[in-house]
Design a protein around this ligand. Structure first.
Ligand code: AMP
Length: 281
């Protein structure tokens, strides 16, 4: 595995792969790697000649009162894990490398972002698209790999890629979970012991709701999730809980088309999200 920190070296390496007509799979991450990230790497390895992973905690996708500074980081551990899991190129740029100057022009997400993380994290998806535009141009992947855990991110990125005819395929990988159902997340390390014990209720409540969707009553489905969450006194920690058509994030009107139930829970230090997508491919 090659570790690269600067743009010039990355360009030279990518150029040589392109000349050899190697197929490139790209896994963008913020590091503190876990099995969720590795699931993306595994599929990327099956589908490509070369796997590029980036680890970059992107400041433009964090709001002023969010956890950019305290986001967990462990470069040595991540490097070892990436290598063990078959990453070929690990791109580890600094903030100065990715943002040498204030941007001359920006990217503003305007569809699929009026709800959930788009509404509660102002500018978050703009930052995601800005950094991905940079990374996609540098890495020139044939495919890029994203987790369904961040389903709104997937929808926004897919829209962006389609709008701008970007020449790559977005591949979506199912959420990897702990044995008790909690979605794996870099932020799980910030759960207290008590919170870690409570947190599986998020997935359990969503799973139960999956059955109730058949009754086609949005208010009831959501109310029952709150009741289920309250068994672990997690109700008051819900930042958002809602149902939409997927991937449009419009109100539910057509129960035959894919529907997402998405939730965000704020624990003392960790903000966790999860979702279930019902119907569709
Ligand atoms: P992050 O480092 O949290 O920005 O995540 C990098 C990529 O890994 C994103 O596409 C995430 O959706 C994906 N990812 C994070 N957690 C999981 C998980 N538990 N299962 C599957 N994919 C995940």
């Amino acid at each position: 595995m090659k570790t690269i920190r600067d743009i010039e070296t990355l360009r030279v390496v990518i150029e040589s792969y392109k000349k050899e007509r190697q197929i490139i799979g790209f896994v963008p991450t913020m590091g503190y790697l876990h099995e969720g990230h590795m699931a993306l790497v595994n599929v990327a390895n099956e589908e490509n000649d070369i796997v590029v992973m980036s680890i970059f905690v992107n400041p433009t996708q964090f709001g002023p009162n969010e956890d950019f500074e305290s986001y967990p980081r462990d470069e040595a551990r991540d490097t070892a894990l990436a290598e063990q899991n078959g990453v070929d190129i690990l791109f580890l740029p600094s903030v100065e490398t990715m943002y040498p100057e204030n941007l001359t022009a920006t990217i503003h997400a305007q569809k699929r972002v009026s709800v959930l993380d788009g509404a509660t994290r102002e500018g978050h998806f703009d930052g995601v698209l800005i950094v991905l535009a940079k990374l996609f141009h540098l890495v020139q992947p044939d495919s890029a790999y994203f987790g369904q855990k961040d389903a709104q991110q997937v929808a926004v990125v897919q829209g962006f890629v389609a709008d701008y005819f970007l020449p790559l395929t977005i591949r979506v990988i199912p959420t990897v979970r702990e044995q008790d159902g909690l979605a794996k997340s870099s932020r799980n390390v910030y759960l207290t012991e008590q919170e870690r014990e409570e947190a599986p209720v998020i997935h359990a409540a969503l799973r139960k709701a999956r059955e109730e969707v058949k009754e086609r009553d949005t208010a009831r489905v959501l109310a029952n999730i709150r009741v289920a969450m309250d068994q672990k006194k997690t109700h008051e920690k819900i930042v958002y809980l809602d149902m939409y058509q997927y991937p449009s994030f419009e109100p539910v009107e057509d129960w035959e088309k894919p529907i997402i139930i998405a939730i965000c829970v704020q624990y003392s230090k960790a903000r966790l999200i999860d979702n279930e997508i019902i119907g569709g491919a």
